[in-house]
Design a protein around this ligand. Structure first.
Ligand code: ADP
Length: 283
């Protein structure tokens, strides 16, 4: 309740907005010498520098508390840096109209907001003026159409009755309707089991096409597909580079890959998947 009233009483002072609304957002993000401290004095980012290129997939890796979500919060203008600059397509973020900026950014989080309504309403939330056909098309692109169509009430079924993995794909379908040039995925499969994770991988792969994507994930299957990885430790960039480069160099990324391989029991798994020993996995 206190949080609610502090928002009501804030009188807009929490939201700084500029007026810049370009015709198109390309999606080149540059973070230069950024420090950030939370209101309680917790310094979360130290001299951060990043170059996130339009149309590329960038992954943030690092232990929990390293500052990954904080960076996404700054890019969304939920918070502002203590010092340094963040530019989008060469223009400082503070000059952008905040609402316009957020309209151009899609967020897929660990748990997405599915409200108490039909599946159709939940998908259409990405674009309230969407036509029936646009909603079906978004569901197809998110690889959830067939499962919805098979329900007794189809798109009029309650969205809250869907499984976690299905709800995640509803959120992705919503994102296809919104069609933003920039997408932030913050641990989109963290709360899902292996089967659900595989099911939503296809829809995540589809939404990534042709956009600037930042993904925060502990799942190696998602990090390994990125163009550039930033490995963070205690609010600083420790390493950056392509997945293959970072693996060879050693460091946080290599530790994560090795730990994932060990936890999967990869040697035994590869013998199971390749019973004839001919290097051909799966049938
Ligand atoms: P990650 O996403 O890598 O797990 P976060 O960006 O969430 O890390 O957190 C970075 C640091 O900032 C941590 O020390 C965390 O405790 C702190 N932090 C995160 N959110 C807040 C907040 N709202 N207020 C104060 N400190 C925070």
């Amino acid at each position: 309740a206190e949080g609610f009233f502090s928002i009501l009483e804030a009188d807009g002072e929490t939201e700084q907005t500029g007026t810049y609304r370009p015709e198109h957002v390309k999606g080149d993000i540059k973070i230069s010498n950024v420090d950030f401290t939370y209101g309680n004095g917790n310094k979360a980012l130290h001299d951060l520098n990043m170059d996130i290129r339009s149309g590329s997939i960038t992954a943030f890796v690092g232990l929990s508390g390293a500052g990954k979500t904080t960076i996404v919060n700054l890019l969304d203008k939920f918070y502002h840096p203590d010092c340094g600059t963040i530019t989008l397509d060469g223009v400082p973020l503070e000059e952008y109209d905040t609402q316009y900026l957020r309209d151009n950014i899609g967020l897929v989080l660990q748990k997405n907001h599915i409200f108490d309504g039909t599946i159709r309403e939940n998908i259409a939330y990405g674009k309230p003026t969407a036509t029936e056909e646009e909603i079906y098309d978004a569901a197809r692109k998110a690889y959830i159409y067939d499962q919805i169509a098979a329900l007794p009430h189809g798109f009029d079924s309650k969205a809250t009755a869907l499984s976690g993995g299905q709800q995640q794909r509803i959120a992705i379908a919503r994102m296809f309707l919104k069609n933003p040039p920039i997408i932030f995925l913050d641990e989109p499969t963290a709360s899902l089991d292996a089967i659900a994770t595989e099911q939503i991988k296809a829809s995540i792969d589809a939404i990534k096409q042709g956009r600037t994507v930042v993904i925060i994930s502990h799942s190696i299957s998602q990090i390994i597909d990125s163009d550039v990885i930033y490995a963070l430790r205690e609010g600083r960039v420790e390493q950056s580079g392509t997945p293959d480069d970072l693996y060879v160099k050693g460091g946080i990324y290599k530790d994560i890959v090795d730990a994932s391989a060990r936890s999967l029991n990869i040697e035994k798994l590869s013998r199971t998947l390749d019973p004839n020993g001919d290097g051909k996995l799966f049938d």
